[in-house]
Write a protein that binds this ligand. Structure first.
Ligand SMILES: [Zn+2]
Length: 118
């Protein structure tokens, strides 16, 4: 597995966990800061980022955008699109992005059911 593929895979795993946190928060009307996982490409990164669910939701609505701790960005597979004091928003580029778009790990992006894969 190449770096771009592994990066996409790692991030998809943490995205799934974060999505559950986000979904749970929405169900219970939680609006305070919650510890989301850093979605960077580093294997074994266990850093947390405090975000309100609405902010996480906004980032996660873009399939190729992820929240990472400042300094955990990988310029060869992603571009920093937003900078905040406690975290960055990165957008995947090139092979890593292609991998994400191929995998579509997130339910909200499975828009059309039964559509043929290209
Ligand atoms: Zn990280």
């Amino acid at each position: 597995m190449g770096f771009a593929e592994r990066a996409a895979h790692n991030e998809a795993v943490f995205r799934t966990i974060n999505e559950r946190i986000d979904e749970g928060a929405k169900q219970h009307g939680v609006e305070q800061l919650l510890p989301f996982h850093c979605e960077c490409a580093a294997k074994g990164c266990l850093e947390k980022i405090e975000l309100v669910p609405a902010d996480y939701d906004r980032v996660a609505s873009h399939v190729a955008r992820f929240v990472v701790v400042s300094g955990h960005e990988y310029p060869n597979v992603e571009t920093v699109v937003e900078r905040y004091p406690s975290y960055l928003v990165v957008e995947k580029t090139g092979d890593a992005r292609a991998e994400i778009e191929r995998e579509h790990p997130r339910p909200r992006h499975r828009a059309t059911k039964g559509s043929p894969r290209d």
